[in-house]
Ligand binder design. Structure first.
Ligand code: NAD
Length: 486
C-alpha cells in the first residue's frame, strides 16, 4: 500500500487510540481489489462503556466553554483537514473504493466545510428575551442535549462523521460516533484531527462495530440523542429504540428520488443531472434521482445522448485521478445490484447499456441505463444503491408530479426545464426534503439536508441542524410581587 491503512487501534476514546482484541473481527477490504487492508475489532461492552463514560465526563467542561472557544477548535480542525486533504482522500478511496477524483473534492473537503461552518456559528448561539405584561419578562437559554450518538453509513464515511460531529460539538454536546463496519477507517482520522485541534479528551470518540454496538449505544441512559445515516429498515429500529428512551433523533435514510425532465430542457443539462444523480460514487448516494421521468418527445434523444456520454466514463483504478467510476463498496452490494438488474430485465424493462459485472478482482459493474420502465416495476420502486438509472416516460406535468410522488420515500427530487414557472410549480408539489432545479445532488453545508416521508426526520447542515442538537430552557422572571388567590 502506498499509504498506511492499518490504524494504530480500532477505537479512539478519551483523546487516544484504544484496542480490545476480544471484539468481533472487522476486516477492511479495498473494494477495487478485494484485498484486506486493515484488521479491526468491534467494540466489546467494556469499550462501549469506556466511550460513553468518556463522553459523559467531558460534557461539563466542553459545554462551559464559550461558543467562540469551541468554534475556534472546530475551525482549526477544518484547517488541518484541508492541509491533509490528499492523504485523507487516499484513505477514503481505500476504505470505500470511490475514485480519488471524487474523494479529493467531496469527502474531507465536505467534512472541513461542516467543521468551518459550525465553528463559525458556535459563538453566535443565543437564546431570546421576551417582554411580558406588567414588567415581567422571560428569556430562553440554548443548552446542549448532552451525549450524542452518531451512526454512519458506508458511502460518505468522513463526511458523515463530520456532518454529525460538527453541529453536535458546536452546540456544546459530546459525541460517540460509530462508523459503518464496512468503512471504519476515516472517522478515526476525524477524531484524531479534532483532538489535535484542541478538543478536550472525550469530546469526540469513535468506536467500531456492527448493528448491536449501535443499539447498545442508543439504549444507554446517558445518551440524549441519536443521529443515524442509513437505510429505512435500520432507521425504523433506531428511531424506535430512541423513542423508548424518549431521546432526540435525526434519521437520514434512503430514497428513490424522481428526476423529471421536460421536453423543453437543455439536453446537456438533463444528461449532466442524470449522470450526477445516478452514477457519482458508482450510484451509492442516498439522494440519487434514480427514477428519471422524461417527457415522451425527448425519450429517444435523451437515451441516445446518455449512451454517448456514458462511453466517456472511465472505469478503473480508483487511485488514478482520471478514473471517474470505481467499484461497488463490497461484494454484498455488488450482488444486490446484479440481482436488481436481472429483475429489471425479467420484469420487461429494456437494458439499453451497462449492467455488466467485470471479470476481475474487486466488485466491479458498468453503469446501467434502463428504458421502458413502468412505475410498478421493482427497479422503479426499491432503492438499489448502485449505478442503475431507470427512464420512465410521461405526457403531462400533472401526471409527472403525481407519479414522482407515488413512493414511500421523500429524500430528494429534481426538475429540468427552461420554464421557470413550471419548475417552481413542480418544486412546490414535490414531496421531498431537497429539491433541485436544473441541477442535481449538490449538498452545500449552508443548506438544510434531510428527508420527508420514510426518508427520515430532522435536518442536517445549515442553521436548521442547531435545532436538532440543542434545546431551549425558558426562564420566567417575575418583577412584580407574586399574587395568589389564597
Ligand atoms: P445500514 O442501514 O445497513 O447501516 C447504517 C448504519 O447503521 C451502520 O453503521 C450499521 O452498523 C448501523 N446499524 C445497523 N443496524 C443497526 C441497529 N439495529 N441499531 C443501530 N445501528 C444499526 O445502511 P448502509 O448500508 O450502511 O448505507 C446505505 C443506506 O444509507 C442507504 O439506504 C442510503 O440511502 C442511506 N444513506 C442515507 C443518507 C442520507 O443522508 N439520507 C446518506 C447516505 C446513505
Amino acid at each position: 500500500m502506498p499509504y498506511p491503512t492499518q490504524p494504530e487501534a480500532s477505537h479512539f476514546i478519551g483523546g487516544q487510540y484504544v484496542e480490545d482484541t476480544a471484539g468481533d473481527p472487522i476486516d477492511v477490504v479495498y473494494p477495487a481489489t478485494g484485498e484486506v487492508i486493515a484488521k479491526l475489532h468491534a467494540a466489546t461492552p467494556a469499550i462501549i462503556e469506556q466511550a460513553l463514560a468518556a463522553a459523559d465526563a467531558a460534557r461539563a467542561e466542553w459545554a462551559a466553554m464559550s461558543g467562540t472557544e469551541r468554534g475556534r477548535i472546530l475551525r482549526r480542525a477544518a484547517d488541518i483537514m484541508r492541509e491533509r486533504n490528499h492523504d485523507l482522500s487516499v484513505l477514503e478511496t481505500y476504505d470505500t473504493g470511490k475514485p480519488l477524483s471524487e474523494t479529493l473534492v467531496a469527502d474531507a473537503t465536505s467534512a472541513a466545510d461542516a467543521l468551518e461552518y459550525f465553528g463559525g456559528l458556535a459563538g453566535s448561539l443565543t437564546g431570546e428575551h421576551v417582554q411580558l405584561p406588567g414588567g415581567d419578562f422571560a428569556y430562553t437559554i440554548r443548552e446542549p442535549l448532552g451525549v450524542c450518538v452518531g451512526i454512519g453509513a458506508w458511502n460518505y464515511p468522513t463526511q458523515i462523521a463530520a456532518w454529525k460531529g460538527a453541529p453536535a460539538l458546536c452546540c456544546g454536546n459530546t459525541m460517540v460516533f460509530k462508523p459503518s463496519e464496512t468503512t471504519p477507517l476515516s472517522a478515526l482520522k476525524v477524531a484524531e484531527i479534532l483532538t489535535e485541534a484542541g478538543a478536550p479528551a472525550g469530546v469526540y470518540n469513535v468506536i467500531q462495530g456492527y448493528g448491536p454496538v449501535g443499539t447498545a449505544l442508543i439504549e444507554d441512559p446517558r445518551v440524549a440523542k441519536v443521529s443515524l445515516t442509513g437505510s429505512v429498515p435500520t432507521g425504523r429500529k433506531v428511531y424506535a429504540a430512541a423513542a423508548a428512551g424518549m431521546k432526540h433523533a435525526t434519521m437520514e435514510l434512503g430514497g428513490k428520488s424522481p428526476l423529471v425532465i421536460f421536453d423543453d430542457a437543455d439536453l446537456e443539462i438533463a444528461c449532466a443531472a442524470a449522470i450526477l444523480g445516478n452514477y457519482y460514487s458508482t450510484g451509492q448516494v442516498c439522494s440519487n434521482g434514480t427514477r428519471v421521468f422524461v417527457q415522451e418527445g425527448l425519450v429517444d434523444a435523451f437515451c441516445a445522448r446518455m449512451v454517448e456520454r456514458m462511453q466517456d466514463a472511465v472505469i478503473g483504478d480508483p487511485l488514478d485521478e482520471t478514473t471517474t467510476i470505481g467499484p461497488m463498496v463490497s461484494e454484498a452490494q455488488l450482488n444486490i445490484v446484479k440481482r436488481y438488474i436481472e429483475t429489471g430485465v425479467s420484469e420487461g424493462a429494456e437494458l439499453v447499456t451497462g449492467g455488466t459485472a467485470l471479470d476481475k478482482d474487486g466488485y466491479w459493474i458498468t453503469p446501467a441505463l434502463f428504458r421502458n420502465v413502468t412505475d410498478d416495476m421493482t427497479i422503479a420502486r426499491e432503492e438499489i444503491f448502485g449505478p442503475v438509472l431507470s427512464v420512465l416516460s410521461f405526457k403531462t406535468e400533472e401526471e409527472a408530479l403525481a407519479r414522482a410522488n407515488d413512493t414511500e420515500f421523500g429524500l430528494a427530487a429534481g426538475v429540468i426545464t427552461r420554464d421557470l414557472s413550471r419548475a417552481h410549480r413542480m418544486v412546490s408539489g414535490f414531496e421531498a426534503g431537497t429539491c433541485y432545479i436544473n441541477a442535481y445532488n449538490l449538498a452545500p453545508v449552508e443548506v438544510p439536508f434531510g428527508g420527508s416521508k420514510q426518508s427520515g426526520v430532522g435536518r442536517e447542515n445549515s442553521k436548521a441542524a442547531i435545532e436538532h442538537y440543542s434545546q431551549l430552557k425558558s426562564v420566567y422572571v417575575g418583577m412584580a410581587p407574586a399574587e395568589a388567590p389564597f
